[in-house]
Design a protein around this ligand. Structure first.
Ligand code: F6P
Length: 343
């Protein structure tokens, strides 16, 4: 019986469990055996696996996170890990591997394909929605809804206290969560990594709004946004195994500057991992389910080195390379719509 492995790598996000469930259910129907590789690429380096059958995936559809666990392990980082991956792939008797992840996990999947590991199919995930070659990644819709609810909540307290509140959202180097949650939550200013922050402009917009009688404002800032002097606020300078800095903290800096320059009392709220946890929305459950089923169909058709993707309302296949060659940043047409409501 042919054997498929499945792993989830990188930051977790709501919708991973629906993918795992869909892959297992479809694989069993097609007569495959399926093995869960624990904690992303780390599990393949360490040969750490778990059995996956119909019982193992029962009841996981509405659950956030991933029953397989995850890590940010990069097998190309440490000497000897790549050899272990290749060796364990053989030991496990895998005919195919479904790798569910974002740019880092899928980047490894692409490199492994080039390095002769057969049978890899990618499934895109991330709350950041920054993967090319797919219209949406699952996880994003849930994060967006959480962030929108938070902005709604910040509105009522900002209004009561006549304050400015800066809401810092995730998204790494793309401003998708900030832009869409900002539009949905009626933010008065939205700041994203794609456009350097001009503090004079931000304060002018806030002052203009207050001059027409408003006594509060909501500013949404993406964690990866930068000031126009090129400075970026990070939590630490140390890079992870994929060369990323840990972002976070710009909200604090921004709030201090806004208060200093406008004289309006300002607070900050960092939404953080709240955006990544919890139950997936219906959209993310359906998208994850469709991608999982399609991934097994690609395995069956022996279409490897591919990623399943959403294009319009269809699930399609694209070369893995197309997904990882560049980040998908915010569409300026969308940002210009958000700008209509600034101030
Ligand atoms: O990529 C998803 C993401 O949540 C980013 O938005 C954020 O910058 C990063 O992961 C946080 O990573 P960690 O969970 O390692 O702190």
């Amino acid at each position: 019986m042919a054997r498929i492995g499945i792993l989830t790598g990188g930051g977790d996000c709501p919708g991973l469990n629906p993918v795992i469930r869909a892959v297992v259910r479809k694989a069993l129907i097609e007569g495959y055996e399926i093995v869960g590789i624990k904690n992303g690429w780390k599990g393949l380096v360490e040969n750490d696996t778990m059995a996956l059958n119909i019982d193992a995936v029962s009841g996981i559809l509405p659950k956030g996170g991933t029953i397989l666990g995850t890590s940010r392990t990069n097998p190309y980082k440490k000497e000897g890990d790549l050899a272990k991956v290749k060796d364990n792939f053989k030991k496990l008797g895998l005919d195919a591997l479904i790798a569910v992840g974002g740019e880092d996990t899928l980047g490894v999947a692409f490199k492994l394909t080039k390095d002769g590991i057969p049978g890899i199919v990618g499934v895109p995930k991330t709350i950041d929605n920054d993967l090319s070659a797919t219209d949406y990644t699952f996880g994003f819709d849930t994060a967006l809804n959480v962030a929108t609810e938070c902005i709604d909540r910040l509105h009522t307290t900002a209004e009561s206290h006549h304050r400015i509140i800066v809401a810092e959202v995730m998204g790494r180097h793309a401003g998708w969560i900030a832009t869409e949650a900002g539009i949905a939550g009626g933010a008065d200013v939205i700041l994203i990594p794609e456009i350097p922050i001009d503090l004079d402009e931000v304060c002018a917009v806030i002052k203009k709004r207050h001059s027409r009688g408003k006594t509060f404002s909501i500013v949404v800032v993406a964690e990866g946004a930068q000031f126009n002097d090129g400075s970026m606020v990070t939590q630490e300078k140390k890079l992870d195994a994929f060369g990323h800095v840990r972002l976070g903290g710009i909200g604090e800096e921004l709030a201090a500057q806004i208060e200093k320059r406008t004289g309006f009392e300002t607070r900050v709220s960092v939404l953080g991992h709240i955006q990544r946890g919890g139950s997936p929305t219906a959209f993310d459950r359906v998208l994850g389910t469709r991608l999982g089923v399609k991934a097994v169909e690609l395995v069956k058709a022996k279409k490897f080195g591919k990623m399943v993707a959403l294009s319009g309302i269809k699930i399609i296949e694209v070369p893995l390379e197309d997904a990882v060659k560049e980040l998908k940043t915010v569409d300026m047409e969308l940002y210009n719509i958000a700008k209509v409501f600034f101030g």
